[in-house]
Design a protein around this ligand. Structure first.
Ligand SMILES: C[S@@+](CC[C@H](N)C(=O)[O-])C[C@H]1O[C@@H](n2cnc3c(N)ncnc32)[C@H](O)[C@@H]1O
Length: 209
């Protein structure tokens, strides 16, 4: 359904993806980015205004959906940053090994079909000592909420182009040979609990892999 994917979905993400509790956390974590940054699944580009131009040299903004890119282009004009769009999926990052200081992923690892492959790619492009800043939603620790999440997963996947509410994102990041240095978690209103259990924090590539 190209019309849904290129128009309705970008509209829904723009309309629903940045209520105040979520924006407050974006405002806290995105400025941790520094140097050369890769943001995956930038969507409508709501994070751009939160980068600190004094710390960031360049942002590679990866996003495969052309409808999202049109919206992100509008945000790019508002930000005082060098932003280069990469119109590819996160499973095919077109950057060299160890070329990026910071990777940013907000509400994207829930949606990428090949999430393990994408995380492997994030690790590949990060320089030693680089950081992955993440803010994602997924599997709740509470059994009653989990039951709702399992029931509502097909609806989320349909309405939000493959979004999973049952992914345990910190576990996936750990399995991709990252150490999670810092993480907070909780339900972020105003959404139902099945769609609003979030984690936000920083992970670093394991040295030994
Ligand atoms: C829920 S939106 C989040 C957008 C934005 N990061 C934010 O925080 O509002 C998920 C984004 O992931 C993108 N996406 C879907 N499949 C992807 C893939 N394989 N690789 C990278 N991004 C993908 C979607 O097009 C969409 O822009």
């Amino acid at each position: 359904m190209p019309f849904y994917k290129d128009h309705v979905y970008p509209y829904l993400v723009s309309a629903l993806g940045n209520p105040k509790p979520i924006e407050d956390i974006r405002r806290r974590i995105v400025p941790l980015a520094q140097g050369i940054v890769l943001e995956i699944g930038v969507g409508p580009g709501v994070n751009f205004v939160h980068y600190d131009p004094a710390k960031v040299n360049k942002v590679y903004a990866l996003e495969p959906n052309p409808g999202m890119l049109r919206r992100a282009e509008e945000q790019r004009r508002r930000a005082q940053l060098d932003i280069e769009f990469l119109d590819l999926p996160g499973e095919r990052i077109p950057l060299a090994d160890a070329s990026v200081d910071t990777v940013v992923s907000t509400f994207t690892l829930c949606t990428i079909p090949g999430v393990a492959e994408a995380i492997e790619g994030l690790r590949r492009v990060l320089k030693p000592g680089g950081k992955l800043i993440f803010f994602e939603h997924g599997l709740s620790p509470d059994p009653p909420v989990r039951r709702w999440q399992k029931r509502s997963e097909p609806l989320f996947r349909w309405a939000f182009e493959g979004c999973h509410v049952t992914r345990d994102i910190p576990s996936l990041i750990g399995k991709g040979y990252f150490n999670i240095e810092q993480v907070d978690a909780g339900y972020l209103s105003p959404f139902p609990k099945s769609g609003s259990y979030c984690w936000w924090g920083v992970a670093v590539p394991e040295l030994s892999k």
